[in-house]
Design a binder for this molecule. Structure first.
Ligand code: PBG
Length: 324
């Protein structure tokens, strides 16, 4: 008789047949950097997450490096915003300063610094592109995204990650990087990025909520799966080296579809709302945080993700090292 339980009798047996594993070097830890001094401002809706001024960044970076995490994803919160999001492509902008700082420190030099490229944190209207008469402009936004990418690369960023969802931005960014001598800087494209309620806490953290309307004219409709494959195909043709699927938990099928269709490393972005839900339930004692987080993260691996972008990265790294 077939007995599946034969291979589940002991920890050693289960470990021997385990199909998927979490690895600390596949975790990517998001960091919010804010203009100012001596700041570590907790984000209320994301317990455990702070906005750091550059002088206080080392606290977080030391924890990250000591945990064995090898890559971070930077988001900037500028002091001033304007219609054109000029803080994003200002060479003295907050992300540019943060990257320069990280790369100037011997102990962080090997960290992979991924710079999120988008205008929403920098525009007064909070949209990811230029706005004219209530319309989010596509082609007019591309040169600004490209300029931002070149500026981040110039500051020392290792990977450029456009999250704006304008059409053809990967091509515009690739060409601009190449023209400026950054031929070896990879593009990690948020290709399958849905117009999601799960970004709510992030918009508190990054001060990036749209001032009017929503992002549905550029981010994807949550009901669409096949369209995600077209987005990925398009970005790969335009020169993307790595792909992000986002959000992750309610979109495991998207991760699976992308990874079975294309030979490209895919990152699952375990977004802010997913994090906050787990934190809130854990705080109430309704769930076991460690078990839930590890189960969610290994679920991404099972779906085919290679890398995992998660606000749980520090805890997860500790739990991975502790073992089962
Ligand atoms: C910027 C951006 C967002 C996130 C990552 N980059 C917010 C948005 O699109 O509104 C969300 C990340 C998260 O929720 O953790 N465009």
């Amino acid at each position: 008789m077939e007995r599946m339980r034969r291979l589940r009798v002991s920890p050693a047996m289960r470990s021997m047949v385990r199909e998927n594993h979490l690895r600390v070097d596949e975790l990517i830890c998001p960091i919010f950097v804010i203009e100012g001094q001596n700041l570590c401002i907790p984000v209320d809706s994301m317990p455990g997450i702070c906005q750091y001024s550059i002088d206080r960044l080392p606290e977080e970076l030391d924890r990250i490096v000591e945990a064995g995490i090898r890559s971070v994803l930077l988001f900037g919160i500028p002091a001033r915003k304007d219609e054109a999001g000029s803080g994003a492509y200002d060479d003295q902008g907050i992300v540019q300063q943060a990257v320069r700082f990280i790369k100037s420190q011997e102990k962080y030099r090997d960290l992979i610094v991924i710079a999120d490229v988008c205008l929403c944190e920098y525009t007064s209207h909070g949209h990811c592109g230029l706005v004219k008469e209530g319309i989010i402009l596509n082609d007019e936004t591309l040169p600004l995204l490209a300029r931002t990418a070149v500026s981040y690369a110039g500051a020392g960023a290792d990977i450029i990650a456009p999250s704006d969802m304008m059409d053809n931005r990967v091509k515009a960014i690739r060409e601009a990087l190449d023209e400026n001598g950054f031929v070896n800087i990879p593009i990690m494209a948020y290709s399958a990025k849905f117009a999601s309620g799960f970004y709510g806490p992030f918009r508190d953290a990054a001060h990036s909520a749209p001032g009017f309307g929503d992002r549905k004219t550029y981010q994807m409709d949550p009901a669409n799966g096949r369209e995600a494959l077209r987005e990925v195909e398009e970005d790969l043709l335009e020169g993307a080296d790595l792909i992000i699927a986002k959000p992750a938990m309610a979109y495991m099928d998207i991760i699976k579809d992308i990874t079975t269709s294309y030979n490209v490393p895919v990152a699952a972005y375990n977004v802010s709302g997913e994090y906050s839900m787990v934190k809130a339930a854990a705080k109430n004692g309704w769930i076991d945080e460690k078990k839930i987080v590890m189960e969610i993260l290994v679920g991404f691996k099972r779906a085919g993700a290679k890398m995992i972008i998660t606000y749980h990265a520090l805890d997860a790294a500790k739990w991975i090292r502790e073992g089962e």
